[in-house]
Each structure stands twice: as structure tokens, then as C-alpha cells.
Ligand binder design. Structure first.
Ligand SMILES: C[S@@+](CC[C@H](N)C(=O)[O-])C[C@H]1O[C@@H](n2cnc3c(N)ncnc32)[C@H](O)[C@@H]1O
Length: 315
């Protein structure tokens, strides 16, 4: 018998604290994955609550559907990108919601299945698509894109220091069919794995390709203002947005959005009188990013790079 993969939800207690789920409330989980956070939200919202669950990955959603079956029609699952949220939420009758969760990045299902091609620890085809309906794969980038374009992807999305050198090695190694072909090419370009005791040189390259294949940063930039507009606007209830990110580019985007939206003025420093007309729409619930405890990292190493930020809508 095959057992469904286990995904331990990251920062679960913190998510529940910041979402402050109330009985009878309405919630959206934009990144349902295997349904760990959704299950906790559904349990807390009680029989009158409603939860809309989205994921780009049909396989993940099928597992979440089984897990969430006990909650019946209080849960609506949709195979979709979270950047389409306003339309999907409207169609499902979700407006003025009490809370939205975005737990970004990849799930254990994606990382642990060799055929998905996300992990260089497992040999598999260079796929990396969260949504397998999409055309672009990592194989297409490494085998058909020009060297400078590949270098640009590595620099922009993985902050890879030897981007040009690694891109050149990847192009020389064509055809690059599997995750291991790619990892070998990277190791050679980076001078082997010695000296990289903490992080394998392929880590940032795989991250960059994954982020580019799935358009992760563009989608994150698109969803943040849309999610904010879906929240209950302050009176009588303040809807809450909770975001967990896993790398610095994601966290920077979330932090910058929260900073802007919680500011009453965006005029340049030392402008004597405010002329921008901006006003705060969010109030920060976390002044600094919340990180997992040592115990959580020890029991779930995948949580180690997680940062949670939360805010509530005030206007
Ligand atoms: C870290 S996992 C979520 C795990 C989940 N919170 C749980 O408890 O099982 C991230 C999930 O978000 C999904 N995802 C990432 N970007 C997405 C997007 N733009 N739209 C919808 N789902 C997305 C991935 O397919 C993946 O299943």
C-alpha cells in the first residue's frame, strides 16, 4: 500500500495565532498543499465557517481533498493559481474574508517525488512545474535558452554568485536530461562540492530555475494587493493576511508590500508637507519576521528558512 506523503505544516501555532480564526468566519488558503494548515483552520472555524482552498498542483489538491473530506461542503477546493484569487473568490461567494494564508514555495509532495524534478537529491526529469498544464519546464530553459539568459535567471532568482560560469557549464553539458546531469554540471563549474559544507552549489541554481519556471515572484507581487482587497475592510472586522516565505526574494517582496501598505505617507524623506495622498490600508501584526523555534527546526528541517509576516486590513 502506498502511503500519502506527510507534509508537516510549518509554523502552525504561529499561523493560528496570527489568523485568529473565529467560529463562523470565512478563510482562504491560497497554497493548500497537502492540507495541513487548511485542516487546522477548518477545525477552528467550526460548523458555520467556510474555507476556500487553492493550489496550482492538481496532485496536492487531490490529497488535500481526501484529508479535508470530513469538513464536507464547508470547504471549496479549486485547482488554480492564487493570482487569480479575486475572480475565483467572487465565483465561490467569498468576499470580505476574515483571513488569507499564503504558505509559499514547494510542498513535500513536490520535493519528494523524483519525477517532479524539483530536488537534486533525487534523479528525475528536469521538470519543476507546480502546475503540469503549463508548457515551460526547467529542461526547456537549460537546454534551449541562450547562455546569457540562463545566467540572468540564476542571478535574478537565485542570487547565484558564479552565474555566468555555471550557465556556461550548463550549456556545455547539453543535453541536460536529469536533475543529476544538471547537479554534476554545476558541481564541476563550482569546483566540486568541497568547500560547500553548508550548502550544495546546486541549491541556489535549482531554486532559481524553480522560481523562474513557475513565475513565483511575479505571482507573489500580483497576489498581495489582490489578497488585501479581499479582506474584511476594518469595520466591524479586520481581515488578516498571513504569509510564510522561504527565501530572501520572497520575504523582501512581502516585507516591502507590508511596509508600503502600513505607511500613511510615501513622500520622499524630508518632504515638508505630504503630497502623495497615500494612506495605510494595513496594520502590521508582526514588526519583524517570525522564525520557527529551534525545536521546530530540529523536528522539521524544512522549516529552517521560513519567515512569517502578518498584517490586518484597516481600510
Ligand atoms: C509549502 S506548500 C503548502 C503546504 C500547506 N500549507 C500544508 O500545510 O500542507 C506550498 C504549496 O503552494 C502551492 N503554490 C505555490 N505557488 C502557488 C500559486 N501561485 N498558486 C497556487 N498554489 C501555489 C504549491 O503547489 C504547493 O503545493
Amino acid at each position: 500500500m502506498t502511503r500519502p506523503p506527510v507534509h508537516v505544516p510549518v509554523l502552525l501555532d504561529e499561523v493560528m495565532t496570527y489568523l485568529a480564526v473565529r467560529p463562523g468566519g470565512t478563510y482562504i488558503d491560497g497554497t493548500t498543499g497537502l492540507g495541513g494548515h487548511s485542516e487546522a483552520i477548518a477545525g477552528a472555524m467550526g460548523p458555520e465557517g467556510r474555507l476556500l482552498c487553492l493550489d496550482r498542483d492538481a496532485d496536492a489538491l487531490a490529497i488535500a481533498r481526501e484529508r479535508l473530506r470530513p469538513f464536507g461542503d464547508r470547504i471549496t477546493l479549486v485547482h488554480a493559481d492564487f493570482s487569480e484569487l479575486p475572480d475565483i473568490a467572487a465565483a465561490a461567494g467569498f468576499t470580505g474574508v476574515d483571513g488569507i494564508l499564503l504558505d509559499l514555495g514547494v510542498s513535500s509532495l513536490q520535493l519528494d517525488e523524483a519525477e517532479r524534478g524539483f530536488a537534486f537529491g533525487l534523479e528525475g526529469p528536469l521538470d519543476m512545474r507546480m502546475d503540469r498544464r503549463q508548457a515551460l519546464t526547467a529542461a526547456e530553459i537549460v537546454n534551449t535558452w541562450a547562455e546569457p539568459e540562463i545566467a540572468d535567471v540564476l542571478r535574478t532568482y537565485g542570487e547565484v554568485r558564479q552565474a555566468r560560469r555555471i550557465a556556461a557549464a550548463v550549456v556545455r553539458a547539453r543535453p541536460v536530461r536529469t536533475t543529476w546531469d544538471l547537479a554534476r554540471a554545476i558541481e564541476q563549474a563550482a569546483g566540486g562540492v568541497r568547500g560547500y559544507q553548508k550548502t550544495h552549489p546546486a541549491t541556489q541554481v535549482f531554486l532559481a530555475l524553480r522560481v523562474r519556471v513557475n513565475g513565483e515572484l511575479d505571482r507573489l507581487h500580483a497576489v498581495l494587493p489582490r489578497a488585501r482587497s479581499l479582506l474584511a475592510p476594518g469595520t466591524p472586522r479586520r481581515g488578516r493576511l498571513v504569509v510564510i516565505s522561504f527565501h530572501s526574494l520572497e520575504d523582501r517582496a512581502v516585507k516591502e508590500f507590508f511596509r508600503r501598505e502600513s505607511s500613511d505617507c510615501l513622500c520622499p524623506p524630508r518632504t515638508p508637507l505630504c503630497v502623495c495622498g497615500h494612506h495605510a490600508t494595513l496594520s502590521l501584526l508582526t514588526k519583524k519576521g517570525v522564525r520557527p523555534s529551534g525545536d521546530e527546526v530540529a523536528s522539521n528541517p524544512r522549516s529552517r528558512s521560513a519567515t512569517l509576516r502578518a498584517a490586518e486590513r484597516v481600510a
